[in-house]
Design a protein around this ligand. Sequence first.
Ligand SMILES: Cc1ncc(COP(=O)(O)O)c(C=O)c1O
Length: 476
Amino acid sequence: MNWKPDRRAKKAIYKQLAEYIENGITDGTFPPDKPLPSERYLAKELEINRSTVVAAYNELVSNGLIQRNRGSGTTINKDIWGITKKRIPSWNRYIEAGSFLPNLPVTQRIRKEAVEQKLINLASGELSEDLFPMKYLREITSTRSFIGSLGYDHPQGNEILRNTITKHVRQFRKIDSSPSSILITSGAQQALHLVVQCLLKPGDAVAIEDPSYNYNLPIFKSAGLKPYLLSVGKSGINSNEILSLYKKHRIRMIFLNSAYQNPTGSVLNEHQRKEILEISSEYGIPVVEDDPYSLTSYTGEPVPTLKSMDAHGNVLYISSLSKIVASGLRIGWIIGPRPVIERLSDAKQQIDFGHASFTQWIANDFLESENFHSHMKRLIKELEKRRDQIVTSLRFYLNNQVEFDIPQGGIHIWCKLNKNVDETKLLEESIKRGVIYVPGSTLGSKKGFVRFTFAREDEITINEGIKRFSEAFYSL
Ligand SMILES: Cc1ncc(COP(=O)(O)O)c(C=O)c1O
């Protein structure tokens, strides 16, 4: 056998072997009518553990390429090779070759575990079912007639909804806009993606917060951007850091989550807001204000947006209904200068031919109704109760082992652990005990943090989740 695994490569040896066999099946090195080499033979020949060969074969079995037969060894699956000897594509190589990067493995794991294992979910950044305004949304779909068209809608999104959003952002976020300066997107996430794809180019330096939701977003890396970090304190970032990043790296855009930041819960103070806008104007650096949370202030008084102070059109404002109505509606929007919005909406059209008309209709009628106000009042009260619960539980079960700032809005709490623990082990121990959260390293550069989201579970479950987390923590 000429092939040997590369022991210095980053790729696991079992993966290399699986790929080697897959390629061999494709190019005829391993003919379809002959058994594949035995596990023992491969282990000896390649000087690797037999369990590594088993892992490689298991991967090929799960891909449907080979099958194990009792008594007659491992053979190439007849269904895929067939009598015609058509070549099958090497899917693994395609999967790894795409320019759009996959999520971090730990992020994929958290999502999978949270859904499949039905764990206590202190990880997903969304509301629980009982916080969705289901009753009101049902009322809309059962008593009102659909106003939209079932054809492809306007590329910027339904005009009636854009009108309603214009009124909504004026009333709740003090932002002056017009329907023509709004693009409806599939959540805030699509708006961020469109900005990254359409307004920046590979190699561009951008400033993002540390920690932040953006910290490990593959969309930045996929676009070849160079992210530089702005540290987040109690009242957000410090504008001086923007200046020094600009001087060193000529940053081309600043990404901020200005209110009840994910994950720290911090709110950018007024002085910093003014300074940031001044720097933005003086050096011509656009600011992307990502604001899904400003309406979740527990006092009921929304935090002023950066965009409301933007006199010159330097800020692109992104928001969505995910954290205040329902993430499954996939309604978000971006507000900015018309040429920018037109550029982004052209791209959105190329990607998906515009937004689905049904959810736009539901979102519109809900935002316009009085029910939106009663829903927001209840939501804020509930979020505050859950915030109180998580603070009480953290103090009770972890006492001086954790430090945190108490968030005054939003759905996350960012905790510093006062003991040096192995992050991976802590996550594994927590999953074993049935609770999941987000390890700090997926959101920021500093070690020893965790993020808990308290909107997804009720108070009793939050308490149980923190109890189990503390057991995992003390077990290490
Ligand atoms: C700061 C921030 N931006 C954007 C998003 C994306 O949200 P969506 O696309 O559901 O609006 C999230 C979700 O957690 C977030 O926390």
